[in-house]
Design a protein around this ligand. Structure first.
Ligand code: PLP
Length: 409
């Protein structure tokens, strides 16, 4: 397929118009102009290719622009786009995706409310936990990231992002991640929900000790609070289990999903037990969305789910993760600048000596044709999260480029 190659002047013009007409969220402007993607590869407007080691941040688990996902999108787009708001009609691709997910979610969690994004799904989970427990207190964790809308922001760590937008939700207590004792002190009778990422993503890829999530489960049971797991980044095979909570056999009261669920299309959802979800009917339309669970997104999600299961990508993530971590540990022995290697499956964090060092390495990797990113709450950690379909060759090539970037940054 042809890549649209633009001359340097046209590319500069696009960058200038982006700066002028598209809202910026950093002062730096954007260097990359992507025009095509396929599998684990991206191409920029000047025809340069890049190997993707972050999957649009844990979105493209089946690879970019997968032909089966594209076909499902085209088929559904020809049949029907938007029909009516959520709650007014049965939409077959929604039902089919919900039914298939119910077979994969932890025991009892079989009803999903579809949203357009992760942060919206978090908002829904906050409402549902409040409604079910009648309590508004929330315990969240230092280093947590749950999104940028007001509710999600209230329970995300790093004061610098919350402060300018206060007052936010009341009754939120942050405790150190992986500290059960601190959680025990914080979960009082006023707390309706404990929300946690099973493996922290933006906080710098932190895997908790084995007793942490089971301990939180026991704590929530004892105190009558809901345990909400944010699996927006960890779900759909990313960590070597379909959902990361399976590593510890923990069943939450609400499971929040997004990112990879749509196979590259916008989709999210919060999942709970049917009797809990029924609370959203009282009052009728207690929660609503116009586009959540869009038929095209659900069709793409179904195609993507079929690929994940048929190609056994969950087991693949597990095996490749072990191999990549081994290779990274070898590199760690060679380069003092690498301080730590951690993660599970294809959600791996590589911690460097400083945030400046990390930024230089990520920038150098980009020049060499490798896309990496740092975690937003932990400037020193580079995240490695390639599509789960990545080939052995691509892994070797990516790691060689990473090593070259470390040597030459
Ligand atoms: N929760 C987690 C763990 C995330 O990683 C993200 C996004 O990076 C979100 C919530 C927010 O999701 P979205 O960007 O789809 O709104």
């Amino acid at each position: 397929m042809d890549n649209k190659i633009l001359c340097q002047k046209e590319v500069e013009c696009l960058r200038e118009d982006d700066l002028r007409y598209v809202a910026q969220t950093t002062p730096f402007g954007k260097s990359l102009v992507f025009v095509r993607s396929q599998g684990c590869m991206l191409w920029d407007a000047e025809g340069k290719s890049y190997l993707d080691f972050i999957s649009g941040i844990a979105v493209n688990n089946v690879g970019h622009t997968h032909p089966e996902v594209v076909q499902a999108i085209c088929d559904q787009a020809q049949r029907m786009l938007h029909a009516t708001v959520f709650g007014k009609a049965v939409i077959p691709p929604q039902v089919e995706l919900a039914r298939r997910l119910a077979q994969l979610t932890p025991h009892g969690l079989e009803t999903i409310f579809f949203t357009n994004s992760g942060t919206e799904a978090i908002e829904g989970a906050i409402k549902l936990a409040r409604r079910a427990t009648g309590r508004h207190g929330i315990v969240a964790f230092e280093g947590a990231f749950h999104g940028r809308t007001c509710g999600a922001l209230s329970i995300s760590w790093r004061e610098v992002y919350r402060k300018p937008f206060e007052p936010l939700l009341p009754g939120v207590t942050f405790v150190p991640f992986n500290d059960l004792e601190a959680a025990r002190r914080a979960v009082t009778d006023a707390v309706g929900m404990v929300i946690v990422e099973p493996i922290q993503g933006e906080g710098g890829v932190h895997v908790p000790s084995d007793d942490f999530l089971p301990g939180l489960r026991q704590l929530c049971d004892a105190r009558g609070a809901f345990l909400v797991l944010d699996e927006i980044q960890t779900g759909f095979g990313r960590t070597g289990r379909f959902f990361a909570c399976e590593h510890w056999g923990v069943v939450p009261d609400i499971l929040v999903v997004a990112k990879a669920i749509g196979g590259g299309m916008p989709l999210g959802g919060f999942i709970s037990r049917p009797e809990v979800m029924r609370l959203l009917t009282d009052p009728p339309l207690a929660h609503m969305t116009t586009f959540g669970g869009h038929p095209v997104s659900c069709a793409a999600g179904l195609a993507s789910l079929n690929i994940i299961l048929r190609e056994r990508l969950v087991a693949r993530a597990d095996q490749l993760g072990v191999h990549i971590q081994e290779r990274l540990r070898q590199m760690q022995r060679k380069y003092a600048v690498i301080k730590d290697v951690r993660g599970k499956g294809l959600m791996i964090g590589l911690e460097f000596a400083s945030a400046e060092e990390t930024k230089r390495i990520v920038q150098r990797a980009q020049e060499l044709g490798l896309i990496l990113s740092w975690s937003i709450y932990s400037g020193g950690t580079v995240r490695i999260a390639p599509p789960l379909v990545i080939t052995e060759d691509e892994v070797q090539r990516g790691l060689a480029l990473l090593e070259q970037a470390i040597q030459s940054a």
